[in-house]
Design a protein around this ligand. Structure first.
Ligand code: SAH
Ligand code: SF4
Ligand code: F3S
Length: 379
């Protein structure tokens, strides 16, 4: 059934990481294909979609407060359709209807490609729709609408097979699911035709690419993308330190287009905390990777993610994080204060760190990183 919705305007608001930004590009592409217009102005939209994030409590709070604003807008314009998709929709499900009765559609991370069908059901049958079933996403034949004309996101995998004890991503996005290499290559070749010279390969842990397919790994994929004529720069995020093999590090310098940036989240500099986080590497192993990468690619820019105030983090553990930051001298870092997430093992750990200490430590790492980044820039 293909119902074309001419003249309907959709507005998509995105929360969270690059994968969500790209999912919104896919949603926009699907809607444009069905005759919707995509608008940047929420006030003129017939359909408002929130593509949500669940990584920290604050991310969810923002969505509920936005839904409060939208409820008022809907009171003025009763025909307005409200949809909530993404990671929070996947995890919260029905609860969103209960807390925000003005929502018409809840769709999970595995269902984005069916968005036009769900909207048709809401519009034609005037009923609420919830679709949060897990399953494989096939992007075949789906054309994302990319607002950025210089750098294109390309999802090479979805989901995550790790079990970091603080993290909701595995529950929000399911198990790792790598896209077939041919599909990825074809998408990038098409992007070159459109004029793109720079791609960012996306995944929760790109260096584990292919482990669920067999017969191909991330190195093979990078080599194939590196060969695509017209592509000048390849970025990839994120990489998990435990999967950074020596072979990958040794291959990188030969990949002329892929060796300028490395985002390698460390999370903590304390072995005790890394263990409690279930990260699967030690501080020493992490530093060894950094040493090896820098000796082979001296100009590489290394960035990271850091969490402070994880349960049980004592002064000594926190000092270990500061000293690791000083030792590595990251070009930049995303720094977060630990947020206990429902359903994760860390939420139930004893020794939760009081909010004021978490906040104080967050300010400390931010100040330290600012100093380091400034020195690097002025070097
Ligand atoms: N897959 C990526 C990270 C995805 S989430 C990776 O493993 O590298 C992005 C970042 O959010 C994480 O690296 C972590 O630093 C932070 N984060 C995740 N869960 C968190 C939580 N419960 N509280 C605070 N920060 C968190
Ligand atoms: Fe979350 Fe860990 Fe997977 Fe990253 S690797 S998405 S932090 S579980
Ligand atoms: Fe948030 Fe989901 Fe990304 S929880 S960080 S939008 S994978």
């Amino acid at each position: 059934m293909s119902i074309i919705n001419y003249n309907k305007k959709a507005y998509i608001k995105t929360y969270g990481c690059q994968m969500n930004v790209h999912d919104s590009e896919i949603m926009a592409g699907l809607l444009l294909n069905k005759g919707y217009e995509v608008t940047a102005n929420m006030n003129e939209a017939d359909v408002v979609l929130l593509n949500t994030c669940a990584i920290r409590g604050k991310a969810e709070d923002k969505v509920y407060s936005q839904l409060g604003v939208l409820k008022k807008l809907k009171e003025k314009r009763p025909g307005l359709i409200l949809g909530v998709g993404g990671c929070m929709a996947q995890r919260e499900g029905e609860k969103i209807f209960r807390r925000s009765p003005s929502v018409d559609l809840i769709f999970g991370t595995h269902q984005i490609c069916n968005l036009p069908t769900f909207l048709n059901e809401v519009i034609r049958e005037r009923r609420k729709v919830i679709a949060i079933k897990e399953g494989k996403i096939s992007q075949e034949g789906v054309k994302a609408y990319r607002a950025d004309r210089a750098e294109a996101y390309v999802a090479i995998m979805r989901g995550c097979n790790n079990h970091c004890t603080y993290c909701v991503v595995p529950s929000a996005r399911g198990r790792q699911n790598s896209r077939p290499p041919e599909e990825v290559i074809k998408e990038i070749e098409d992007l070159v035709e459109e004029g793109y010279k720079e791609v960012t390969l996306l995944g929760q842990n790109v260096v584990a690419y292919g482990k669920d397919l067999g017969g191909i790994d991330f190195i093979d994929l990078l080599e194939r993308v590196n060969e695509i004529e017209g592509i000048e720069k390849i970025k990839y995020i994120s990489s998990h330190p435990k999967d950074m093999s020596d072979r990958l590090i040794e291959t990188l310098p030969g990949l002329s287009k892929a060796c300028e940036d490395l985002h390698l989240p460390v999370q903590s500099g304390s072995n005790r905390i890394l263990k409690a986080m279930n990260r699967g590497y030690t501080r020493e192993e992490y530093l060894k990777i950094i040493g090896k990468v820098r000796s082979l690619i001296p100009r590489i820019s290394i960035t990271t993610d850091i969490i402070v105030g994880f349960p049980g983090e004592g002064e000594k553990d926190f000092a270990d994080t500061l000293s690791l930051m000083k030792e590595v001298r990251f070009a930049s870092a995303y720094m977060f204060k630990y947020s206990p997430r429902p359903g994760t093992p860390a939420e139930k750990m004893s020794e939760q760190i009081p909010e004021e200490i978490r906040l104080k430590r967050l300010h400390e790492v931010i100040d330290l990183q600012r100093e380091i980044s400034e020195k690097i820039r002025n070097f």
